[in-house]
Design a protein around this ligand. Sequence first.
Ligand code: ARG
Length: 233
Amino acid sequence: ADDVAEEEVPVYIVGTEPYFPPFEYADENNSNEIIGFDVDLINAIAEDQGFEIEWKDLEFDALIPALQSGQIDMIVSGMTITEEREESVDFSEPYINAGLALAVAVDNDEIQSVDDIEGKVAVVQQGSTGSQKADELKDEGVIEDVIYLAHVNDIILNLQSGRADFMINDLPVTQAYISQNPGVIKIVDDQIQSESYGFAVKTGNTELLEKLNAGLANVQADGTYDEIMEKYF
Ligand code: ARG
């Protein structure tokens, strides 16, 4: 049999929460297709390292459990590298800097900066660093309450309806929303916390982690990374 000599191309299952433009989101022209900065970047790395990708959509707070249980091989989802998460997964080298921004409905004149959130209600994405930040503010007694939702679009609906007063979410995502949907929300603080995103693999999966880091270094060196940056930012 000739299966002895066949080189198998590995296929890795990549988990993502794909409602997070410009990082991962459905293509307007083909809603079955996920596009975005993260998608182009991991595809370039896959090409460089000779592996293939199969996408799996999950809620953001389900990604780490899915990695730990072996349902997925890696997380590519605008995920911030944090010390706490490092206890349950291994992260690649950081691939982009982002940070948390505070935004409110456009007609909100009350909250003009982070100093005006006392006694207010936050709305955040479940399991995100924005939600951790809001939890801290609640524990410190600064804010009144936190609403946790799965998707950024629903977060914004809560600002529009007045159920929540402000959101804490990744700055590039909030900026992308504003440029696509002007006149709905506005940013009142664009740097509550600085962060970097990484790809996550199961703890100890050094084989895959080394491919991700080597591929990232190669696409950064050959100009592909800059082209992807250009395309989405
Ligand atoms: N960067 C934030 C975090 O890691 C939010 C990421 C949300 N990503 C997504 N695809 N919904 O907590």
